[in-house]
Design a protein around this ligand. Structure first.
Ligand SMILES: C[S@@+](CC[C@H](N)C(=O)[O-])C[C@H]1O[C@@H](n2cnc3c(N)ncnc32)[C@H](O)[C@@H]1O
Length: 322
């Protein structure tokens, strides 16, 4: 059971450092998935994925997690940190005041055995869209180079206004966050992205939505900020490049739920070729690829960062969300 033996109290202690709380949880044979007040946490026997937003201090989870893992007889062999651009960078508290500051904090928090380290900012030709990646691995992890698995991290902005409204609650609906979340999952079509997934969803009041999907050992997660002017949705999932058209189908369905004007997709995998599949999924939806950059990270594989914008804007048409 490894890290799944961590008590709920220990997890809450870690989340307290980060400045967020658990709002909902679900688990299966392979892992536990928690919806947080600020995104999601996934606990596998030998891996923890934590995703947060707003003004949380995600990197403050590293030291307590290493401490709790050591108490279970587990040592850290690999760590990866990724993020896009902060929408409100000046509001970010330490250690998230700059990528440089984050890298210094990571370097100081990680044990010396993680000696293969790399930090990189992957550019795009969209202003304010860049992908920040830090990875650190030890020798053992380096020998067992990753396989067919990929992680897809999608950031969508300028969501279609009509679709974004589905993530607002009716005032005084009398529903719990869980019940209202379930309704949003259905009316938005999120339940059709992977019909095999067990979904744990939560609706915030008066608006906002988070979900985790669990399907065997695969996770997926969606977080929605539907407010006009700074609407944002993120989608993240893991899969295998050998699962036929899964990547294309899943990505298409997730993006169709929001019809954003701008999308960035970061794919982490041992194979470079995924970029073509990503473009193949989004171009039929009217999204044009504006940039694509790739970089290699020791023991992680390649990270490909692509940006897309909607084709529909014509010369003379006003900018901004629709
Ligand atoms: C889905 S939640 C948190 C996830 C985060 N935005 C992300 O992208 O990963 C953000 C949305 O919920 C709304 N919200 C309402 N009450 C909230 C609360 N107590 N904590 C966090 N978000 C809340 C925010 O206004 C926003 O629209």
């Amino acid at each position: 059971m490894g890290l799944r033996q961590l008590s709920f109290d220990s997890l809450q202690q870690v989340l307290h450092e980060v400045q967020c709380t658990v709002v909902s949880a679900v688990g299966n044979h392979y892992f536990d998935a928690y919806v947080l007040s600020e995104s999601s946490l996934f606990v596998y026997p030998t891996k923890i994925i934590i995703k947060t937003c707003g003004t949380t201090q995600l990197l403050k989870s590293i030291r307590p997690l290493i401490h709790h893992a050591l108490n279970l007889g587990l040592t850290l062999v690999s760590c990866r940190y990724t993020r896009g651009n902060f929408i409100f960078p000046l509001s970010q508290p330490f250690p998230h005041t700059s990528f440089h500051e984050e890298v210094v904090y990571l370097e100081n928090s990680l044990p010396n055995n993680l000696c293969f380290r790399k930090a990189s900012v992957m550019p795009s030709n969209l202003p304010s869209h860049a992908w920040h990646v830090f990875s650190a691995s030890d020798e053992t992890r380096f020998v067992h180079f990753p396989n067919d698995f990929y992680t897809l991290e999608v950031c969508m902005t300028e969501l279609d206004r009509t679709l974004a409204r589905k993530f607002f609650r009716r005032p005084g609906d009398g529903k719990s966050g869980d019940a209202a979340g379930k309704e949003m999952t259905e009316i938005s079509g999120i339940n059709k992205i992977n019909p095999n997934a067990l979904v744990c969803d939560f609706a915030f009041d008066p608006c906002g939505y988070s979900m985790n999907g669990i399907d065997g050992d695969r996770y997926s997660t969606i977080h929605v900020t539907p407010e006009d002017g700074y609407s944002y949705a993120s989608f993240e999932c893991a899969g295998s490049i050998y699962d036929g058209d899964d990547l294309v189908r899943t990505l298409k369905r997730a993006v169709q739920v929001f019809r954003p004007a701008k999308v960035s997709v970061s794919t982490t995998t041992a194979s470079h070729r995924v970029w073509a599949r990503v473009a193949g999924a989004l171009e039929p939806l009217g999204l044009k690829c504006r940039s694509c950059s790739a970089d290699e990270f020791p023991a992680v594989g390649s990270v490909v960062f692509q940006t897309f914008t909607a084709r529909r804007k014509k010369t003379g048409e006003c900018g901004g969300a629709r």
